[in-house]
Write a protein that binds this ligand. Structure first.
Ligand SMILES: Cc1cc2nc3c(=O)[nH]c(=O)nc-3n(C[C@H](O)[C@H](O)[C@H](O)COP(=O)(O)O)c2cc1C
Length: 200
């Protein structure tokens, strides 16, 4: 092989490498955009489940503030406003102590601390036992609607087995206990940081 042909082949290889990298960068950007788009759509779907439409007239997906409410992690607060006044908020909360680890919930609360809606976003609980916390498996999670730290009183925020008002599941108390405790904690944090969360 002469010098010219080696240079030529080297050049071709360099061009191929360049084109491949460019294709990867473009594919990566497109995938990233698609993932972000689907994340926003999922989020919007959950937000509309936990904050009723008549509670806001703004775009609550975009009206956000990030606060450190749970350890070092930032919690994004979605604000629902009616004529610019914050009327409801929604945020994710990590309930600890499930049977198989943390349970991520999203909670909608009105400005006075009443639950408008709660949904489980992610969990690793056992199918058939702990997964009744999902709204597609049972209506258990909807029983939080309308409740606050005054109704029922704080000491009733537990499963029935522990003297509270919430049903446990047959043979599975750990999961609902963790979710009740998590939602109670989220309400307590809302109460303690209400002014900051509402931005007032
Ligand atoms: C394989 C296996 C999986 C289980 N998964 C769950 C679960 O996801 N959630 C739960 O609360 N309990 C689960 N349990 C049951 C718990 O170990 C525990 O017995 C129960 O939550 C206590 O409820 P009880 O006080 O009503 O008996 C599981 C048990 C076994 C053996």
């Amino acid at each position: 092989m002469n010098q010219q042909s080696i240079q030529y082949q080297g050049g071709i290889l360099a061009v191929i490498a360049l084109l491949t990298s460019a294709a990867l960068v473009i594919a990566n950007n497109l995938t990233h955009d698609a993932i972000e788009q689907s994340r926003l759509e999922d989020l919007k779907a959950f937000l509309t489940q936990v904050v009723p439409k008549d509670y806001y007239d703004n775009d609550l997906v975009k009206d956000t503030v990030s606060l450190k409410l749970q350890g070092e992690a930032e919690t994004t607060i979605y604000k629902g406003r009616l004529q610019n006044k914050v009327n409801a908020v929604a945020f994710e909360w990590t309930a600890k102590g499930g049977y198989a680890g943390n349970i991520k919930v999203i909670l909608g609360i009105d400005r006075d601390g009443k639950v408008l809606g709660a949904r489980v976003l992610a969990h690793n609980e056992t199918p058939g036992l702990g997964d009744k916390i999902e709204v597609k498996r049972s209506d258990w999670i909807t029983k939080f609607n309308g409740l606050s730290l005054e109704n029922p009183p704080v000491d009733k925020w537990g499963v029935k087995k522990d003297g509270g008002i919430f049903d446990q599941f047959t043979g599975a108390t750990i999961t609902p206990r963790a979710v009740v405790k998590g939602i109670k904690e989220a309400l307590q944090v809302f109460q303690a940081h209400r002014a900051t969360i509402l931005g007032e």
